[in-house]
Ligand binder design. Sequence first.
Ligand code: GLN
Ligand code: ZN
Length: 761
Amino acid sequence: MASHIVGYPRMGPKRELKFALESFWDAKSSAQDLEKVAADLRTSIWKQMAGAGIKYIPSNTFSYYDQVLDTTAMLGAVPPRYGWNGGEIGFDVYFSMARGNASVPAMEMTKWFDTNYHFIVPELGPDVNFSYASHKAVTEYKEAKALGVDTVPVLVGPVSYLLLSKPAKGVEKTFSLLSLLGKILPVYKEVISELKAAGASWIQFDEPTIVMDLDSHKLQAFTDAYSELESTLSGLNVLIETYFADIPAEAFKTLTSLKGVTAYGFDLVRGTKTLELIKSEFPKGKYLFAGVVDGRNIWANNLAASLSTLHELEGIAGKDKLVVSTSCSLLHTAVDLVNETKLDKEIKSWLAFAAQKVVEVNALAKAVAGEKDEAFFSANAAAQASRKSSPRVTNEAVQKAAAALKGSDHRRATNVSARLDAQQKKLNLPILPTTTIGSFPQTIELRRVRREYKAKKISEEDYVTAMKEEINKVVKLQEELDIDVLVHGEPERNDMVEYFGEQLSGFAFTVNGWVQSYGSRCVKPPIIYGDVSRPNPMTVFWSSAAQSMTSRPMKGMLTGPVTILNWSFVRNDQPRFETCYQIALAIKDEVEDLEKAGINVIQIDEAALREGLPLRKSEQAFYLDWAVHSFRITNCGVQDTTQIHTHMCYSNFNDIIHSIINMDADVITIENSRSDEKLLSVFREGVKYGAGIGPGVYDIHSPRIPSTEEIADRINKMLAVLEKNILWVNPDCGLKTRKYSEVKPALNNMVAAAKLLRTQL
Ligand code: GLN
Ligand code: ZN
């Protein structure tokens, strides 16, 4: 009985790669330094998996930035503006595509399916000259081999690569991305041939798009692609890995009929229908990679339950063709529980991070083979039982209050246009009001103060003084810049979810439970293990202090329930919506306390609402219904004159625009500039939006400073589709990752652009 891991986190147990990348980008270390850190990480991961007994160990799942960008490099599909002149793609061109450079913005970035991982979207047009321009997959395979580890090289599959791409500028309407299949396959063939020559006996293609609701034309592309590759692939065992949802029945048929393919990997954690398809239709003689260990959560596997599933599958695929695997790449979970020295012991016994999941996979494989590690299994069973019965998990009052919300409606009594009128009387804002999304740069000094306070090295008093000074600095800066609606800058927050989680009951925290979000950026999702409640106000102190420093409106700043849910590791012992309703009730209390404290504008960030959208269409309406309901619960109790803002880090919401309107916020600010104003097309197509809206006017993910003209130009584009009296002017997202040297001139130009246009309207 064999074991397999779909992919592994790259960042390292203590974010070693992050620090190496950032130091290289800041020119504080050399390319060789960076390469050394990366090679050490890869070595330790391969050795760890080999040591744990994993048979099919992946390679090429490491990346300096993103695996889709790696594929773009492999195919030589560099957009012309990055000035690549052929040859092997180096750090220069690679990181310019990822992050932009002094003269060119970065490529678009978007969320990887329904995760919080972001990939760099390939831009493809009819004129791309594909060529084999990055040998990374082969180099990594050889590197592992030299260490004595024979790996399964992993490639983003050709069809998923194209389906995740976007058409280049100018050909958006007319171009079929799949028409490029014939042009990219020759490069894939070169890579496959080199891997074979280097000694690979297996190859894995990640084709997660196949779980989406694809039409027959797109499904046909899979058939075409793998038929075309068949002869090159001959002699190799070929695994097509799918994940993140139940696979549709049609797609399952297509997948299991692909030529030249010998193995299929399925996510058996999300959804239950794939298992049924496997039971009734799995083809004879093929390998079944059964993803029973959850790659997207941190809970210890229920080994007894998995084992019984595996026994069933054994009867279908046969003992020698069943492989125990993870549900998806472990990229989406934390790295190693060993480094969690501060976690409560009982809670810790309920958890498994990537390193522990590797051990679980192997233990399951051995158990199926009749070599069950009884001690390991019984410790696991004891932990499962303790989690079920632990009193710290249950709070009956919360359960009751949340259950009462189901099936009812909550919304503000007055409609949005009447509310906006009442708010304008109070706030008296100019046309095209300017604001920011919340955070200001988090300086090293600021992080030091927070860290020292947490470690009890400085007193509460000193901490409060330092934070207030920082807030005052940010307030004064915004006044100087002449921004209309201010923020306090969020200096007291390490992270927009963790900050709230730390003050809510039912949450636990890790020290090193980092998960890659994009590039070098990682998040440390809290763990929701129990019923959620709010013992005390969480933000009122800081928001009131900030409001007292200015006569301009100060936005109260909260994270919404859906985002807290989507950016946490969520308990898997009750439905997600139940947990979400519990959080909504806690945030509702906070909103009402802010209002009582005299805060007239309250922003409830729902940055992650879109990313929780189930991938399968059949499940989306239900999710949107409870997610939007949860948001409305938070603010249904405020007065008309209190202006509720929300913010989303996602522009691709054409398909959910009606749900967004149904959130009934007074103002929404949305990421926009990195997606080429895709969002505006919704309004161009005639959707009426009556509330205030601020599509981001510049990209905060890049250090580049936009000019006044450029911003004015963007605003003008927005004015062409949105009425001037609902338009707000703001950056794409919070500024915490930027430097003041970037933020000051950028905001200055933003305000100048708004003022310029006010004179013209
Ligand atoms: N208010 C948060 C900030 O500005 C929002 C961040 C986000 O949307 N990701 O940092
Ligand atoms: Zn954002």
